[in-house]
Design a binder for this molecule. Structure first.
Ligand code: SAM
Length: 246
């Protein structure tokens, strides 16, 4: 892997000799904060065309242009894992988004449940967090972020071919992650994490009745929602995802 200390996520296409116009904030960061200038080398990626080594061609106070030199990594696809989560307090929701990117989740779906009590979920802000986290952790793919929707609406349109692992804090009847994951065939998966107040009795009843849902217990302690999200995504990645070499 080519070492360049700065890695930027851009929207534009990347290819040999391709010019990339920097966003104002990126130009400010690169030239104002990091004191880079013409000829400096950075890594760029856009979630589609792999990662490229690029050179600063023009540097201004609030603008700049890069030129792609060579591809350093081919584009990969994340494991097919979605994360459904009830937004919690802002800082904790930001944490869930950041860790989901680091852990290689492919799609983030904020869902409103009976006991969701969070402030408004801002999709644009979450997408900005996704990009920042991907820049920092070396991810090639950018997980998509869905508009918030009720859990009922999301599950009404669910493709039954996608197994949903429901992190169930009321562990009675829920399997241990080891047993659940061992019984699961590789394939499209999703994880559901509830809000601070957990799931309502009505939600529990219909979740239990859905054929594509499997409940999972994460040990004898009640975890915060963000801890549960990180724990179950990590367990899934270790069993079925890209932590296990093919
Ligand atoms: N207020 C709930 C209670 O006291 O039972 C706890 C909700 S917990 C803070 C938030 C979410 O994290 C839960 O809805 C569940 O999805 C997940 N979670 C937390 N601890 C868990 C555990 N031990 N097993 C499975 N899921 C857990």
């Amino acid at each position: 892997m080519v070492q360049a200390k700065i890695r930027l996520c851009v929207d534009q296409p990347l290819g040999p000799g391709q010019s990339v116009v920097l966003a104002e904030a990126q130009a400010h960061y690169l030239f104002g904060v990091m004191r880079e200038g013409p000829g400096s080398r950075v890594l760029v990626f856009n979630g589609r065309d792999g990662e490229w080594l690029a050179e600063v061609a023009e540097a201004g106070k609030r603008k700049g242009t890069l030129r792609c030199l060579e591809r350093t990594r081919v584009q990969d696809r994340p494991a097919d894992l979605w994360l459904l989560f009830a937004p919690v307090k802002k800082v904790r929701t930001d944490f869930i988004v950041e860790k989901a990117v680091e852990l290689g989740v492919a799609r983030l779906l904020p869902v409103t449940t009976d006991y969701t009590n969070a402030e408004r979920f801002r999709r644009d802000k979450a997408e900005a967090h996704v990009r920042e986290a991907a820049e920092q952790c070396g991810a090639m793919a950018l997980p998509s972020v869905a508009e918030p929707a009720t859990l009922g609406k999301v599950l009404a349109a669910w493709d039954a071919g996608r197994q949903l692992l429901w992190a169930d804090e009321a562990a009675a009847g829920a399997g241990s992650p080891r047993d659940v994951l061992a019984a699961l065939a590789p394939g499209p998966s999703a994880i559901l994490i509830g809000p601070e107040g957990g799931f309502s009795p009505a939600e529990r009843e219909w979740l239990r009745a859905l054929p594509f849902v499997t409940s999972v217990a994460l040990g004898p302690r009640i975890l915060r929602a963000e801890t549960a999200a990180v724990a179950l995504v990590a367990i899934w990645q270790a069993h079925l995802g890209d932590w296990t070499p093919a």
